[in-house]
Ligand binder design. Structure first.
Ligand SMILES: C[S@@+](CC[C@H](N)C(=O)[O-])C[C@H]1O[C@@H](n2cnc3c(N)ncnc32)[C@H](O)[C@@H]1O
Length: 322
């Protein structure tokens, strides 16, 4: 599972060609996560500035009994979108197993590498847990699970700041797509990074050690490695802005000079003007009102909200209405 599949390679190629041919240029952040990107993201989660991991870790450590109680007793499939290395999810898995909840774990991730690590860790730490992973894009993989027509209800996890990788209008569209793969009464637990001091947010995405910069620039390395690109990494840099009005932190890769980059496998030559940017990631932050309105608009009812002590982060549990 660790080497990319043909579909992955071709969708990467198609999206790179499309994104670098348009103006302004754009590359999807889901391609950050190859084996090197997975490791860099684990380094980000360990950074003191990246408060998101600690907040959700605290919520799960201290409120996992309440989370299980809110989920209820009936057997369920625990489906996780973009599971990553499962650092925080393992707190839930451990508690659910200890309480003898009847569930199967279905992690989904676009990175086969990270899924393989997660499955190995689960087999070692929770040998009694039934795990059936699906490698692929969120909705394709969730549709595949939905089409299995399992009798059990679904409890879908979408943790960390992943929902924030969609701008608000697209996030609603995405949540609607999730809802079409669920049945009435199924549950969705989503992590929302809340609006807070802009300085705290800015530091989380622009750390002084430059780990986030390496993580973002790995995308250009990946194009060089997998598609025969000749990006000169010294000629590009990472730039981050947080807009407290829209609640969006946005990451860019900026060209230091006018230059031409060739990508052999795409037979593509890309021209950059000096200071031209590629938009690579959005990380949206929310107010409680945004979350309530979003749940209502996409047909869910909020069951319970779980927040950390500093009120930086919220895991919101929603039930799909009939
Ligand atoms: C920011 S990490 C978060 C991991 C974990 N949910 C957490 O909270 O620590 C995002 C994860 O989602 C995966 N991912 C990103 N875009 C994806 C997509 N479109 N489909 C499936 N997985 C995706 C990445 O490979 C990565 O493991």
């Amino acid at each position: 599972m660790s080497s990319p599949t043909i579909t992955e390679i071709s969708s990467f190629a198609v999206d790179v060609e499309e994104g670098l041919s348009k103006y302004p240029k754009q590359l999807p952040s889901k391609y950050f996560y190859d084996a090197i990107g997975d490791q860099l993201f684990q380094d980000i989660m360990a950074m003191p500035e990246y408060y998101l991991t600690n907040c959700e870790f605290e919520i799960f450590s201290e409120q996992r009994a309440d989370i299980l109680q809110a989920i209820g007793d009936a057997p369920f499939e625990l489906i996780e979108l973009g599971a990553g290395d499962g650092t925080k999810t393992k707190l839930l898995l451990e508690h659910f197993l200890r309480e003898q909840a009847d569930f199967t774990y279905r992690p989904i991730d676009i990175s086969g590498n990270v899924l393989e690590q997660l499955m190995t860790a689960c087999a070692q730490e929770f040998p009694e847990l039934e795990v059936a992973a699906v490698e692929g894009d969120y909705i394709e993989a969730l549709t595949q699970i939905h089409e299995e027509h399992n009798e059990r209800r679904k409890v879908v996890l979408f943790l960390g700041g992943n929902i924030g990788n969609f701008p608000l209008a697209e996030a609603k569209k995405f949540l609607n797509q999730i809802a079409t793969c669920m049945d009435a009464g199924d549950l969705l637990l989503t992590g929302f990074d809340l609006k807070k001091d802009p300085k705290v947010i800015q530091a989380a995405y622009d750390d002084p050690a430059g780990i986030t910069a390496s993580f973002n620039l790995n995308l250009l390395h990946r194009i060089n490695r997998e598609l025969g690109g000749d990006f000169d990494l010294d000629q590009f840099f990472h730039w981050e802005t947080y807009n407290p009005l829209s609640g969006e932190a946005r990451s860019y890769i900026v060209s230091r000079s006018e230059q031409k980059v060739n990508i052999d496998q795409l037979h593509l030559s890309v021209h950059f003007e000096a200071w031209e940017a590629i938009a690579v990631e959005v990380s949206a932050k929310y107010g409680e009102r945004d979350i309530t309105e979003m749940a209502q608009e996409v047909g869910f009812e909020i069951k319970t909200n779980f927040m950390d002590k500093r009120q930086y982060f919220m895991d919101s549990l929603w039930e799909l209405k009939p």
